[in-house]
Design a protein around this ligand. Structure first.
Ligand SMILES: [Zn+2]
Length: 470
């Protein structure tokens, strides 16, 4: 199957030109002006953008958490991703306490089997080095294409690790060229604040934020930065939400340390006041770190503009408001933490980043596709439009209007964080390795078309095809 996409405006992290793109055997094989080649299908992309398929390095599909399981499984979550122009994501395997990493990985792969709509990889979230996996086993993962380790510095009594575990994993990562990812919050202090709030009868959703003050994020971010520098491992701080954690990342990067940071779409748009919505509606916005004071939104836009933060992800961790979030009706600490978002990252960042003049189209592509692909061992196979890259291409109509709504999106969640927001610009056709995934608002491909992708090690020099299918 070959496809010739004619006359689109090709936008990568570095380029912006009008050209034809020829796709053959799942890859881009030719790019040029007015290409004269035979193709099985010709797509007229005049007036449209050709963007590389977006890469989301932070999602949680089919994950047991907070006494329930996230509502989107691999099929529904990846379908939502495809409609939103995301063609590859990296999900988290959460090591069950006492389980080996291999057993955990097998369990997660089984959940995805036959359901994959887009390509995917995994991070390994380490929760237990005492009874389950060993450091030796952890060290073997990068050779299997699992090239990042995640640690939770919060959620005490559940998946939080102590500083010894954090530091030992950083030392392993320094040896194996894996990237260490941290959820940075001071879990012990938060645990005290939560218990005190509940003892005082403070049970509403807003106390989720009031018991997790921004200083607890800033402290843990700085602790992880300092420890990773001692251990000699690269570090990636997930879901940065506030000035208190942007500042230590900025300092470390100015010093030339190997520190990287991500924020998520929702932190630009949802602020603390959403948690105060009446009739338990605030529970929709209970995710972690919590929505912050509005002043942080400009801090985050500045941080992504100046490359203090290098990636925008979704942290898609969807639950039903009615039936799952309501588990915490009388106790905010029992509200499952997380929100949907996989489908709307490109919509929102294009509208309020690019169209509002905050970032360029090139920078949008860099934040949503190229940088995550580079940091997580997928580039240049993913994250750009170039000869030899996978033909993961979004034909994006910059003038088509779209209203975001849970009624029309593809997540199984019963609400959308951006309900009712009108955007101008939406994916019109989405290709995964040259296969049409989405066209005319329909999912064209069948589940099973997506693949697990072995990722390269951190900083590994990638040649074409270095990240290969398992
Ligand atoms: Zn997360």
């Amino acid at each position: 199957m070959s496809i010739l996409i004619k006359g689109g405006r090709v936008i990568t992290a570095a380029d912006d030109y009008v050209g034809d793109v020829f796709v053959e055997d799942e890859r881009i094989s030719l790019i040029g002006e007015s290409l004269d080649v035979e193709a099985d299908r010709v797509i007229d992309a005049r007036g449209k953008y050709l963007l590389p398929g977006c890469v989301d390095p932070h999602t949680h599909l089919d994950m047991p958490f907070g006494g329930t399981v996230t509502i989107d499984d691999v099929e529904s979550g990846q379908t939502a991703a495809a409609f939103g122009g995301t063609t590859c994501h990296v999900d988290f395997v959460i090591q069950p306490k006492g389980a080996t990493f291999t057993a955990a990985l097998d369990e997660w792969k089984a959940k995805a089997d036959g359901k994959q709509v887009i390509d995917m990889g995994y991070h390994m979230a380490v929760t237990d080095l005492k009874e389950g996996g060993t450091l030796e086993e952890l060290a073997s993962l990068p050779d299997q294409g699992i090239t990042s380790y995640k640690l939770f510095m919060a959620y005490k009594g559940a998946i939080m690790v102590d500083d010894e575990t954090l530091f030992r994993v950083m030392q392993v990562a320094a040896q194996t060229d894996a990237l260490v990812m941290v959820h940075a919050e001071h879990g012990d202090a938060i645990d005290v604040l939560v218990k005190q709030a509940l003892a005082e009868g403070k049970t509403e959703p807003k106390y989720h934020a009031l018991t997790r003050p921004p200083e607890t994020e800033g402290e843990a971010t700085n602790r992880a930065i300092q420890l990773s520098h001692v251990a000699g491992s690269p570090l990636y701080v997930v879901h940065v939400s506030c000035r208190e954690s942007v500042e230590p990342i900025a300092r470390a990067r100015e010093a030339g340390w190997n520190i990287h940071g991500e924020t998520c779409t929702q932190y630009f748009f949802i602020d603390y006041s959403y948690l105060e919505k009446p009739d338990f509606e605030g529970a929709k916005y209970v995710y972690t770190p919590p929505p912050r004071d509005k002043a942080n939104q400009d801090v985050l836009w500045n941080a992504v503009r100046t490359d203090t933060l290098s990636v925008i992800s979704t942290d898609h961790c969807a639950f039903l408001w009615d039936g799952q979030k309501t588990m915490g009706k009388d106790d905010f600490s029992k509200i499952p933490n997380g929100g949907p978002g996989l489908e709307n990252r490109l919509h929102m960042i294009h509208e309020f980043g690019v169209r509002a003049g905050r970032i360029s189209l090139n920078r949008m592509v860099e934040l949503l596709a190229t940088n995550p692909a580079k940091l997580f061992g997928l580039y240049p196979r993913k994250g750009t439009i170039a000869v030899g890259s996978d033909a993961d291409i979004v034909v994006f109509d910059p003038s088509r209007k779209h209203t975001i709504s849970a009624k029309t999106d593809h997540s199984r969640s019963d609400y959308n964080l951006y309900e009712g927001i009108d955007v101008t610009g939406t994916p019109e056709l989405v290709l995964l390795r040259g296969n049409v995934l989405v066209e005319n608002d329909e999912l064209v491909a069948s589940p099973g078309i997506g693949r697990f992708v072995r990722r390269a090690k951190f900083g590994e020099e990638l040649k074409g095809g270095a990240a290969v299918p398992a």
